[in-house]
Structure formats: C-alpha cells, structure tokens
Design a protein around this ligand. Structure first.
Ligand SMILES: [Zn+2]
Length: 424
C-alpha cells in the first residue's frame, strides 16, 4: 500500500489529486515527508468570496508549504502551487483550497489534530510531542475555538451561573458565565474585570441577533451568582424574567473568609497577650470541610476546641450554617436563618457580624434558593475548580486572550468542523 492511498482515504479534496511524494533530510537524523498536490485535470479554482469555480488567471511559480499531521513522528508537508482565479464578480483573487484557510502555514487537519491533543496535554508538551512550536499549537487552539464560537448554538439556555476568578496573582479579575442546564453545562462567556460593564458585555454578545422580548437574556429563568453588587444590578436589569439565586458555594466562601479573618485576629491577640501560640499552622483546618481533614488536622481541631477562642466559635457557627441549605420548607429555613443571624450578632465577633449584615441585606435572594429546585448547586463550584486547575496546569499563557482561548477550549463544549478522518 502506498502513502498516497492512505492520504486519499483520510482526505476528500475533490478537485485536487496527490502527485509525487518524497522525503527530504534537513540533517542525517531529521527527515520529513513532502507531498505534492496538483489540481485535478480540467478542474477550476474556487473563488474564496463566492465559492464558485472560476477560470485560472495564473499559477504561482513557487510551491507553498503547509504542515500536515505528522506520520510516525516524521513531519509531513503539503506543497502546492497556488492559482489565482478570475472571478466575474470578485476579480483576480487567490483560489480557496480545502486543506488551508487564509495565509496560514498549517493545514486545517494539523490544527484540529494539535488542538485536540491540547485538551489532554499542556501546549508546550503538544509542541514537543508533535515536532512543532508553542505558537503553532496556540494558533491551532485559537482557530478551533473561533470556529466553535461562530458555530455554537445559544438557543434554549435557561439557567446561568456567574462567577469571578482572580487572574495573574494580582488584583486582576475575570467574569465567567456558565450555562447550568441539566442537559448542557458549559462555559458561555469570559470578560475582563468583575464590573457591571463586564457582565453587560457578556449579555450583549449573548443576545446578538435577537431583539426585544425575543432576546436570549429574556428567556433566562435562573441566574446563580454571588452577592457581588455589580453582578446583581446587571442581572436584575437584563434578565428580567429570571430568579436570581445566591449560590451556596459563594455564600460559604464569604463565611469561610469571615472565619479566616477571625483566626487572624485571634493569632494577633494571642501574641499581644504573650499566650501560647496554639493557632500556629491551623489555617487550613478552618478552611476545609470537616470531612476533608487529615487525621492530624482532626486531632488538632479537637484540641483547639478545648480553648476558649473566638475562631472556634466562628467555626462552629459556620458549620451550623450548613443546616440552612438542608431545609425542605422555605419558612423554616427563614426562621433558622434569622435565629442564626441573631446568635452571630451576639457573638460580638466582627467578621461574623459583617457576614450577618451581608446576609440580611440579601435575605430575599438567599431565600430564592428554595424556589430553585433542581438547579444544581455544585455546578458553579465544579467549574470554578476546573478553571483554577486549568490555570495552574501552566499552559504558558501570559495574556488574557490566551486564557480566554484555553478556557473556552477546555470548558466551552464548542462544536468542531467535521473532517473525513479523525486524526487524533
Ligand atoms: Zn467570486
């Protein structure tokens, strides 16, 4: 069997044929395969503007080179002499060829191949494994993401989750919006910052092509978010038919922060009063869920319980708050919440009092939780973890655009162009 036969079976370039195939060597142990492509006899070139076959105007003297999918770790190149066609409508233009789009030196097959591996390996690993550069892997992913965004279906979205992440260490944030419907959970949008303008920018894109009451944002029934004011404002203004729910995950985040603040104050106080520094290395004991503690941490926690520390009281209040979510009846949940708030206020622990103020201010939104039966509470948290994991994996991206690309690629469930053969 010849390589040509295989190439014919994995591609479908209708009006082109494979010509000569040969190998060249750059150095003694670095060879590559060159595949010549020629137009099929009597076939016409295609105008890239109108997709119509047009008479040939002229043919380039030099071959153009494209990277194809490597074979047995040997790079494979396609070479072809591009024609210019004379389109009655669009004038003299360079023809459109099925293995390439635009001026790129990568075939579409190679891009999809690299992009799919980039879901499993880091971008630099993909470059290394398949003998190409980081930049080419990046552009491959970008290409498939752009294609996916252009072709994705945004109809039927009923539930949204809004979250923010901190990027690049500093005070840089990004706003992330997810679809949380049972049948489709995916990342829908990423915007710089966590401002009103950021979320508005998302909805503008989301609503593109729809008008008035037919806008996609008007068909949203549920929005899950944090108590972050800029988000609440935009959600109230744009998703007029939706119920805004405060996400359990975010509420817990605020409460955990309050416990952590209390711990820091206690550490300071113990030091000031010259007492035994019992809270050393206790940070994560108070941040983790009790069921995730190691044996040592559980032991340490039970010892700390014996001390009269404010952080211990705050911690117990935090654990107690979990009961709120378990209620079946909104009425009793409300009673519990109000009681809990009174107790927290009486504790005179400042960070806890601050949390109570936040909860009281958003009581109505918090109670909406009980109307949102079925809306998965763990979804936003799950996405948040995946985003952090993706960022940690170190894809080597430094710009916001690269982060955007990698997140859409891993979490966007984007459609992909169809090919004759699956190369990965
Ligand atoms: Zn044309």
């Amino acid at each position: 069997m010849q390589l040509k036969t295989i190439l014919n079976s994995v591609t479908d370039y209708k009006s082109f044929v494979f010509g000569k195939i040969w190998t060249e060597r750059e150095t003694p142990d670095q060879q590559y395969v060159v595949v010549e492509i020629k137009p099929r006899k009597n076939s016409k070139g295609i105008c890239p503007e109108c997709d119509k076959p047009c008479p040939t105007y002229d043919t380039a003297q030099e071959h153009r080179w494209w990277e194809f999918v490597p074979l047995w770790a040997i790079p494979v190149y396609f070479v072809y002499r591009m024609r210019r066609v004379d389109c009655p409508e669009h004038g003299v233009v360079t023809e459109k060829v099925p293995w390439s789009d635009g001026k790129h030196t990568q075939t579409v097959e190679q891009r999809q191949f690299l992009a799919n591996w980039a879901r499993r390996l880091s971008w630099s690993e993909v470059a290394e494994c398949f003998g190409t550069t980081f930049g080419k892997v990046y552009r491959a992913v970008q290409w498939i993401v752009d294609w996916g965004l252009k072709h994705r279906d945004l109809e039927g979205v009923e539930s949204l989750g809004v979250d923010e992440i901190q990027i690049h260490q500093g005070q840089n944030y990004a706003t992330l919006v997810y679809q949380l419907d049972d049948e489709n959970k995916r990342l829908l949008g990423i915007e710089k910052e966590r401002t009103e303008a950021a979320l508005e920018a998302f909805f503008e894109k989301f609503d593109e092509g729809t008008e008035g009451e037919d806008k996609r944002s008007k068909k949203i029934k549920w929005v899950c978010s944090d108590m972050w004011k800029p988000y609440l404002k935009v959600i109230g203004r744009v998703c007029t038919k939706a119920l805004n729910i405060l996400d359990r995950f975010h509420v817990k985040g605020h409460l955990t922060d309050a416990v952590n603040e209390t711990r820091k104050e206690d550490v300071r106080k113990l030091k000031e009063e010259g007492r035994e520094p019992v809270l050393t290395k206790s940070k994560y004991i108070f941040l983790k869920n009790p069921e995730n503690l190691t044996d040592d941490q559980t032991e340490k926690l039970s010892v700390l319980m014996g001390y009269n520390l404010r952080v211990i009281r705050a911690y117990l209040m935090k654990e107690d708050f979990e009961r709120f979510w378990e209620y079946k009846s909104a009425y009793w949940a409300g009673r519990f919440l109000d009681d809990w708030c009174v107790r927290a206020m009486r504790s005179k622990i400042e960070p806890m009092k601050k949390f109570v103020k936040l909860v009281r201010k958003h009581r109505e939104l918090l109670m909406n939780w009980f109307k949102s039966k079925g809306l998965s509470s763990g979804a936003v948290e799950g996405f948040n973890n995946k985003v952090k994991l993706t960022m940690r994996k170190g894809y080597g991206f430094r710009t916001f655009e690269a982060l955007e690309t990698v997140l859409y690629h891993t979490l966007g469930k984007l459609p992909e162009p169809k090919f004759t053969h699956r190369f990965w």
